[in-house]
Design a protein around this ligand. Structure first.
Ligand code: TYM
Length: 351
């Protein structure tokens, strides 16, 4: 198989509030990877509009949310000069490649996507075509840069498997042309998901069997990156638990979803393992643990919260970061798209 230059790509939707799940499952990992990879981090605004307008809030809310997610990237420690930060709609190659992938992916593959079923709900007939084809656009996001590694939370695993299926089918369907055009035996890499650490699936604070999510109607189910210290403490105090003390060993968290979730959050925030956290708090009451967790969460999140506010006070600066990032992203994606056109036979093209 052909060798590909290592490159990280990931995206976050500008819809609703960014929460602790997004932070621990994605942003913290994005930051860590900067030392080892060249990284591209994208605010996926075209994905946001796949749902009904009342869900993403309309034009001015979308613009605000794009800047807010960008501010969260920067405040978490992503360096937009060494790496690339931009919003998806500004690089036309995403939508262009997604069309080609609409013609590669099979209806049967997309019919199996659990996230479409969840998001479309009972009324599938009324879901947008964009929501159905959403994973093809996600594959295009990644493969427009021929990215080799994608850090995400566990909920995106199925979409990344589909990305690999699309890459593989393209490589096979066009094998001859790929070779003729000088790209060896594969044009797209089979991208690896990076789903690791104690917080790949942060659960709701109200129900340990449900994922922490932007769309949960209860604000007490999640900690938002914009929550202040009082709000964070209140939400953790009210978080659902069971009547038993914390176990001393990780095995003891089995069948105790809420306890496992809070211990996982603590571990992820403090860069420790759950076993280590239980070594300190095992045998104790939740009330004591919750006070420590609230303090830890506030200490970690307050500086991010402050920095986001500072950045959002100067939208001109955020827009400059996005425009500069889009220009650099385009420089990578344009030749890839031109090569795809050559491979597929969509000639003559502009370049
Ligand atoms: P989105 O915007 O829903 O979420 C952004 C990231 O946060 C992770 N995440 C979580 N991790 C742990 N626990 C949780 N409760 C939790 N909730 C969300 C998500 O897994 C994700 O990593 N389809 C993607 C966006 C996307 C993308 C891409 C990602 C578009 N194109 C290309 C990677 C590569 C999404 O809706 O993420």
């Amino acid at each position: 198989m052909a060798e590909f230059e290592p490159r990280v790509f990931s995206g976050v939707q500008p819809t609703g509030n960014l929460h602790l799940g997004n932070y621990l499952g994605a942003l913290v990992r994005f930051v860590e990877l900067q030392d080892r990879f060249s990284c591209i981090y994208c605010v996926v605004d075209l994905h946001a509009i796949t749902q009904a307008v009342n869900i993403w809030g309309g034009p001015s809310e979308l613009t605000r949310a794009i800047r807010e997610v960008t501010a969260a990237f920067l405040a978490s420690g992503i360096d937009p000069q060494k790496h690339i930060v931009f919003n998806q709609s500004q690089v036309a190659e995403h939508a262009e490649l997604a069309w080609v992938f609409n013609c590669v992916a099979r209806m049967g593959w997309l019919n199996r996507m659990t996230q479409f079923k969840e998001k479309a709900g009972k009324n599938r007939e009324n879901a947008s075509v964009g929501l159905f084809a959403y994973p093809n656009l996600m594959a295009a996001d990644i493969l427009a840069y021929r990215a080799t590694h994608v850090p995400v939370g566990e909920d995106q695993k199925q979409h990344l498997e589909l990305t690999r299926d699309i890459a593989q089918k393209f490589n096979i369907d066009f094998a001859e042309s790929i070779a003729e055009n000088g790209h060896g035996d594969a044009f797209f890499p089979l991208t690896e998901p990076l789903i690791t650490g104690p917080a790949t699936r942060v659960m709701s604070l109200r129900d340990g069997t449900k994922k922490m999510s932007k769309s949960d109607p209860s604000d007490y189910s999640r900690i938002n990156l914009t929550d202040d210290a009082d709000m964070i403490a209140q939400k953790i105090r009210k978080a659902r638990t069971d009547p038993e003390p914390l176990p001393g060993e990780v095995d003891g968290l089995e069948h105790r979803a809420e306890a496992a979730n809070l211990v996982g959050i603590f571990a992820a925030l403090d860069g420790r393992t759950p076993a280590d956290v239980l070594g300190e708090y095992g045998g104790g009451q939740f009330s004591t643990f919750k006070v420590a967790l609230a303090e830890l969460a506030t200490t970690k999140l307050a500086p991010i919260n402050d920095e986001m506010r500072r950045l959002l006070a100067d939208p001109g600066h955020i827009d400059k970061v996005l425009n500069d990032g889009a220009q650099r992203a385009r420089a990578i994606a344009a030749p890839v798209m031109a090569a795809v056109k050559d491979i597929v036979g969509l000639r003559p093209h502009g370049g």
